[in-house]
Design a protein around this ligand. Sequence first.
Ligand code: GCU
Length: 595
Amino acid sequence: MKSKLLNIVLFIFLSFFFLDLTAQQTMTNVYGRRSISLNGKWNAIIDHYNQGRGNKIYLNKKPANKIDFYEYSFENGLRLNVPSDWNSQQPELQYYEGTIWYARSFDVSKRSSDRIFLYFGAVNYRCHIYLNGEEIGSHEGGFTPFQIEVTDRVKAQGNFLAIEVNNTRTVDAIPAMAFDWWNYGGITRDVFLLSTPPVFIEDYFVQLDKYKSNKINAQVKLSEASANARVTIEIPELKIKETLKTDNKGAISTSFTVPKLQRWSPDAPKLYQVSITSDKDTIQEQIGFRNIWVDGEDIYLNDRPIFLKSISFHEEIAQRKGRAFSESDAVMLLSEAKALGCNMIRLAHYPQNEYTVRLAEKMGFLLWEEIPIWQGIDFTNESTKQKAGNMIADMIMRDKNRCALAFWGVANETQPSEPRNVFLDYLIARCQEIDTTRLITAAFDLIRFDANRQEFIMNDPFIKKLDVVAVNKYMGWYHPWPISPEKAVWDVAKGQPLIISEFGGEALYGKRGDADVVSSWSEDYQATLYKANLEMFRHVPNLRGVSPWVLFDFRSPFRLHPTNQDGWNRKGLVSDQGYRKEAWYLMKDYYDHIH
Ligand code: GCU
């Protein structure tokens, strides 16, 4: 009995002793802050058998005498670009799953009172951060940002930063063991050193009321929970300027009535200059204001029903066979969606980088953003559920000021079960803790053809929890037609708006003929499939949007056919080399004429 009590006391002592090493939630709008970029070539070590941590290679030791020796060095070896995935940088890393260490040195010139934070846009999939020989943090999740305060740990010269990155798939991860995209590992987005005053503007949320077109709600939170600090919110073009005092949590909350407001829309993506100022800090950004809600089977944007002309793309530049991560990458991906005539993007299947989200808003796209709850998630695992909750909260905290964000997606192709329902209920609750203005949706692949009724139906009571129901249905590809498209009758999600969140089929660019042969992988068959699906969609009474899968061919370990696929999912409307297939023109015509 005594030893058990002793163990409990020891556990409590140790848990207090070891600092919480998980990384912090990031401050809002890092791109509007004082920052130094740590992007560029970093030194790297491939650590396939995970020897580095045990050998403390993050100490970056050098032999000090004739008998010292170290079986590692970060200098004169592998060099990797940051940001980027490692798979696309070295042929031997194309399929690599395991640990790679990144390291670099940096200097810091800071004002004496400044606070310094290390910021990562994303690291896939998990990482440990070491600064000047000490572990200072860790993070799990390949698509959301994180930060670690290093104010008291940095020195003026020669700070040594080492990041231990591992992209090995595990059953308790999000995504889990198998997913239809490339498992790009590495420091895949921007790395900054952020500097702030001692008390800074940590978070803010400035958005139009969900239902009122003349009411802007604004919350601001300072980094210090103290009362009576002054915060000023200005929107000059709307003649708004208000100064308030914080409460004892360091927060203010207010609303403004604005009679003359030009609401954001895809056709007129109006953004307003917003500035927030506290005693020692100020931050600016462009914010749009719009209303979006559901009434019956319709989705209303700014008081008018809208039909969503959507498309999906992965965060990938096909010609580079690698992750997209820069502003120019975002320009390329979004320009092709604009050329297709889209007013919405479903950012599959994970939060994409902030350049894409911000540019999509400027170019006039509504956005659907989701975390990778993609088939095979361990819904019975409590820690997986917590991880998913934190991941979706981090996504919303990062993008909640983007009015282009219209949908939070909580799942893709999950099977009905009580654990799944509990898991998704939790995700919806985490979303709505932060934001109650967006529409909650999820994509299902549960539609089946009922031969007795001769109708397409779907049975998953969970859809009643959603604002908008989305379905992935590959008629003519994974499923032969049970009825001719013009005779198709759908009884799916009646009384709710329905989006076709995925449909399509594969085609190898340039392959022609065999317009009625699925296994031809021809552009002609893909066009046949698109024509048939677009005809069927005409008969879906509550259809309020379509989103073909997918804009670009993308890399996937699922795709094993040596000539037709060769490790590519060929459902793109645009080939991996950037050529538009025949189906692209069919979709363009459909979007030009649908209202
Ligand atoms: C699924 C899934 C996609 C996948 C697609 C396909 O619906 O959501 O991520 O790529 O089907 O099979 O191509």
